[in-house]
Design a protein around this ligand. Structure first.
Ligand SMILES: [Zn+2]
Ligand SMILES: [Zn+2]
Length: 176
């Protein structure tokens, strides 16, 4: 591991963040089919119930930004406020938002921020927090999220068992 990798703590994307459906690392963006290796930053999103992955996708930064642009101002603010609550728990072992023990939560949503096969950072949220965030989104944003899911997952992947609620696209705009 090079010095730069060491100080930035970059590691190759681990196997648990590979596509369960394809049994390979994610290669293309779920939205635009662009190659992730050359598209700069991208995000792998997975939802787990226990050890089982029930939803997964990868989205390039360009598409994530385009989707976030569709969020209403109220939803952006709600997501921002929600993330602010994370600060007091983010250094603990539990859910980054509420501090709940990850061994006892119903499920976890994981967002892994990557570039060129390297994992840069992982954020996560327990299912209860995900539902709480979903509740705070405006009807327009929820509709937009539903439309996104219908468009890109018309035939839900085998592991997708209609979690309630549908996974929130991205845990909020990346910049306030
Ligand atoms: Zn894309
Ligand atoms: Zn939580």
């Amino acid at each position: 591991m090079g010095f730069r990798d060491k100080i930035t703590r970059r590691i190759p994307i681990p196997r648990w963040l590979h596509s369960v459906q394809h049994e390979l690392p994610f290669v293309v963006c779920t939205v635009c089919d662009g190659r992730l290796a050359t598209s700069g930053l991208f995000t792998i999103m997975k939802s787990f119930r226990g050890e089982e992955c029930i939803f997964e996708m990868a989205i390039c930064a360009k598409c994530a930004e385009a989707e976030m642009d569709k969020w209403s101002t109220a939803s952006r603010k709600a997501a921002r406020d929600f993330r602010a609550a994370r600060r007091e728990h983010q250094d603990g072992d539990g859910c980054e938002t509420c501090g709940a023990d990850l061994g006892t939560v119903r499920g976890v949503a994981v967002h892994a921020h990557c570039r060129a096969g390297q994992l840069l950072a992982v954020t996560h949220m327990c299912t209860t927090c995900e539902e709480a965030l979903h509740e705070r989104l405006s009807p327009k944003t929820r509709e937009e999220n539903d439309r996104f899911m219908r468009t890109h997952f018309p035939q839900p992947p085998w592991m997708y068992e209609t979690p309630t609620p549908e996974p929130v696209l991205v845990s909020g705009p990346s910049t306030p």
